[in-house]
Ligand binder design. Sequence first.
Ligand code: SF4
Ligand SMILES: [Zn+2]
Ligand SMILES: [Zn+2]
Length: 335
Amino acid sequence: MSAIDVSDCSRCKNSAIIYQEYSGQHFCSGCLIRSVRKRIGKELRKQLILPKSSEKELTIILVAISGGKDSAVLLETLNHFLKNRRDVKLIAGCVNEGIQGYRNPSMKCAEELSKKLGIEFRTVSYTSLGFDEMDNVVKVIPKISEKNEEVKGMSPCSFCGVFRRQGINQLADDVDADYVALGHNLDDMAQTIMMNLQKGDLERTIRLAPHSWSPIRGMSPRIVPIRWIPEQEVQAYAMTLELPFHDDECPHSHQALRILHRDIIARMEDAVPGTRHGLVHSSDSIKEMFKDNMPRVKNEKSNENSPKNCEICGGITSQKICKACVMKKWLVEHS
Ligand code: SF4
Ligand SMILES: [Zn+2]
Ligand SMILES: [Zn+2]
């Protein structure tokens, strides 16, 4: 797919700004906006299962936003489709990881967009959840890994991912959310699916969002309405509509494995356009196969991995103590 294109739009006479290799179509900015919205709207109708008004008056969706382009497009499109519905309320929530020079400007963008759309904006910080700021966590990780074999080779993102999930759960609890919307684009989804399959982690594949048809106990179902939109189209959409977003890289980003998968998937997509869609379809088929008997995947031999409550925080976990509490303990011991 090429962002600089001099061809005509396949749908009208305007100049194209993007070429979709996987469909063979060129799009001008207006047709791209319409096409992206159409795909997101279709997916949203499948994933967002609204109760009858007699059952529940208001469905609250916490939209997890970061200030980046993906969640900006998520918030803008959800607002586009749902703003006139009196039975749905969107609340934007942003987790502050405590990363100097990176999180503050992106949070400003997130807040600006929420304000522009008239959507309530909430934040939660790692420190308010009892974790340390990520800038401090990265300094302590080498000390923790000296004493704990399992931490060796873990990146800051391994900690940050666990903490962020706690933050989003906290925001969802605070607003009593019925759904949590996440801004994973097609590239993110394909990379995650590939990583889970490579590790042989069937349980993660099955638990991957959307959760609309397979809710996970103790968690507001995650929806991922922009999951069929490639990253480049998300970027073009955000830029065309001049959505405020922050595009810098996090200074602690050492997601070596994800970068490897990003490269592999980009090369596969180049060689066989449609690879990313194929991966997401495959993952959906696997999920469908295990839809009604998901616990059996892990429970065939033992009961050990069935969901239970963490002995410390009460959160849902497959272990006695959840990962967030284990990490919190490590941080306290080494700070
Ligand atoms: S790149 Fe890693 S450390 Fe930085 S915000 Fe993302 S998950 Fe956290
Ligand atoms: Zn057009
Ligand atoms: Zn816990």
